[in-house]
Design a protein. Sequence first.
Lengths: 433, 226
Amino acid sequence: MRPFGLRLALWYATIFVVASTVIVFLTYWLTSASLAQRDQQIIQQKIGEYAAAYQRGGIGRLADIVRAEQSTAPERLFVRVVDRGAEAIVLSQPEGWEPSALETASLRLWDGTLVQVGKSTEARQDLLSRFRAALGLVTLSVVIAALAGGFIVTRVALEPVQRLTEAVGRIIRTGRTDERVPLSAETDPLDAIDELTRLFNQMLDKIEGLVTAMRGALDNVSHDLRTPLTRLRGTAEMALAAPPDVDRCRDALADCVEESDRVLVMLNTLMDISEAESGALQLHRGAVRLGEIAARAVELYRDVADAKGLVLSANTSSDLVVMADATRLEQVAANLIDNAVKYTAAGGRVDVEVVGDEGRAVLRVRDTGIGVRADELPHIWNRLFRGDTSRTERGLGLGLSLVKAIVEAHGGTVEVKSEPNRGSVFTVALGAV
Amino acid sequence: MRALVVEDDPTIADFVARGLREAGFAVDHAGDGDAALECTREQTYDVAIVDVMLPKRDGLAVIDEMRRRGSATPVLILSARRSVDDRVKGLQAGGDDYLTKPFAFAELLARVQALLRRATRTPEPTTLTVEDLALDLLSRRVTRDGTPIDLRPREFSLLEYLMRNAGRVVSKTMILSHVWEYSFDPQTNIVDVLVSRLREKIDRPFERKLLQTVRGVGYVLGGHER
């Protein structure tokens, strides 16, 4: 048992023993006092009787009574009558009396005669000493019971804590997060320790989920980076292996810089997606007007749409406010518009609108582009998925995954409806304030 | 102009130092935090470029110590961490600007120049000129060889940015964050579109082309020998 358990047991025992000792002492003291009081009563009564006899029949009568009592009474008393000349006139003294073990009282009568009666306390002392022995035994067994009980109670009470400690220790030693603290067979919902164990296990579940998600994300990121890194390395290697030529080398170097920029964008985006999906993305939320965000994103693509010969229209005058990370939300809007502009041919339209819908703020991006085949539709949110028709456009295949991850990290939803060669509608819905 | 580069990775330190020297700086290099403090004790620098992760004493501690000694040298922090919190932490430690690794050298140079401008409080010019191209910041008029050129607001803001950095390469990311104030990388060629529209207006009617593309790096306006 840990020092804490030992201390608890000792405290328990000490308090128990102290309380019992107080009770024992009180009992003893009360008993002893009441025995002494009874003896005094007997003596006083006798003195009264003797005084009455003396008054009625003088010293002779008194002596008779004393003598008669000496032979009949169950307990012989010490009696002494002393006259004014300080001479004992009646003396009755049982044999073998110890004067020190006497309870005495005296009464001076009207003519100056002194009546003294004493009662042996031997019987009383005897009784009390046996009582003391009995109490001693009781006290001893109380101490033993208290110590034993203290240890048992503490052990029982601390056992779940002990289990918790051992489980935590194992997890720290082995790094295994699938370890759980066993719950006792019949769990009591009101038991604080059971509650703690349950919460602790829940916390472990949560940590395990996060760790698994992070590991998965790391695996995916390292896998996804291999392809562009291979391209990067290949470009440099080809340039080195070819006969030296400054222009060709400069071309290769420029390719390398562009490729490494792409790797960086990809890494950042993959990290954002993974963090958003695992709940590790820090959102700096504030009150944000969704219409403003959408309008800014539309402005960003205005020139590109013009250059491509598309109509990019915005209906973003809505005042709807959402609690969101403005930068992240701009990323969502920009990615959706980017996607729409990219996959819509010259002469087409892209319409961006912000509307309210049953207490939610909705951002809708509608295009008249190439659309998505029904069998590909469920996959468009997957990282690095690129539909057969979209492969000709340059891009990383991460935009829509990022949109979904960010929107869901904000507690919102994103939906798509699409018809090949007719166009697509992407709808983002967030809780409005 | 004297610059201190505090960076433990020799390759990065080398290309930053070489780039700064080419841009006309005298450059000292320190490979760890203690060496950096040693340098600042002996020399006064016009600008310092400090990496956060350093041996012996990290970059933030170096900046903190410099500020404690009363140094007002503008500091550009380099860091591999890109979260908003890390950026805030760096600026709170006494840094003046924050650049995330990996970075384009063009961007590092532009930020260093901006820090120097801020530190020396160079009076704002009201007219920018590059060869025969002139841009009036007050009337927002642009002329080339005396011929007025009509620019839309974004084209104007791009040209202004390029002219302020005349002769230096400006990356797409830098343009994106200056012209649109977007800090992430949209995947479409937004910048290319704007640049080609600007080029159409300031270069196409003239024989000498001022706006050059530096493949893989960005764009440069005027005076770039290569």
